[in-house]
Design a protein around this ligand. Sequence first.
Ligand SMILES: C[S@@+](CC[C@H](N)C(=O)[O-])C[C@H]1O[C@@H](n2cnc3c(N)ncnc32)[C@H](O)[C@@H]1O
Length: 311
Amino acid sequence: MLETNPGATRPRPSLGDAVRLAAWAYTPFQRLAARDLYGLLATRAFTANGLYLNLGYWKTARTIDEACEALATLVAEAAAMGPDDDVVDVGFGFADQDILWMERFAPRHITGLNVTPVQVRLARQRVQRRGLAEHITLIEGSATAMPLPDACCDIVTAVECAFHFHTREDFLAEAFRVLRPGGRLVLADVIRAAPEPDGWRQRVQDFNWNQFAQKFAVPAANADQRAPYTAKLRAAGFETVDVTPIGEHVFPGWHRALGHDRALFARLPLAGRLPYRLLLNFDARTVYGAFDYVLASARKPTQKGVLNGAA
Ligand SMILES: C[S@@+](CC[C@H](N)C(=O)[O-])C[C@H]1O[C@@H](n2cnc3c(N)ncnc32)[C@H](O)[C@@H]1O
């Protein structure tokens, strides 16, 4: 849990930004790049304490704050994060996950990359206030063109953001490049669900995916289902690839929380509240049936040839 007084770190959104967000939400086919979208959202985030921007992992969590921390923890545990690790975390939002990881898992260093300038600026201040500036370096930059040298880290993480990347394949190539041999990649990611057999449900799936892709800056190249997604991880050179669906612990919990937690609902941007109010009339399967939420992990091969040769 980060701030106990989030109001202090959440400046009121400007009227201009609120109008621009409403124009984005209600004008059909209007798109925003991820950087512009998150720039307009400014400090509107989901959690009461801290500024997480993910849907959360609700297996045991009872509040959005617990769920967002649980998702970050799940990713760190899947990466077996520990004191010997240099971590590169892409799409870090406001760095809540990086602060949590540094305090709970104590990796050697975390380098964060994020395309949204307002998030980078605020996240740096938060890391500084927490006394972690020596251990966490936050850079404005893209996951698809990392301003980092080859083989500089042991773990690459991406918490609920790789669907935005232009493209996810370019990011995988970059992750492979910056990882040391034997390094681990872990993503909490949103991909396309397999089509429902029922024609009506399939049309709802298509509509919901297309709306999501158009409004939330998802390139067409990232509309993979699980098998091609797994194949792309392998094609990038990774081994021991595992793609586990965890949507049953994400979407229903998030949907339930939006229906019951008035404070969470009130933290949504004004422009988003009407669409969400309508969506709450449907069950989670209908609303989120187009999406597969996955925890993906993979490893860069060790240089067996070199080690064997040296032995
Ligand atoms: C849904 S938010 C998730 C933020 C954070 N991981 C969390 O869980 O709270 C997506 C994040 O991805 C970042 N992002 C989008 N495209 C990016 C890119 N190409 N490179 C790096 N970050 C990117 C956004 O700025 C935003 O911080």
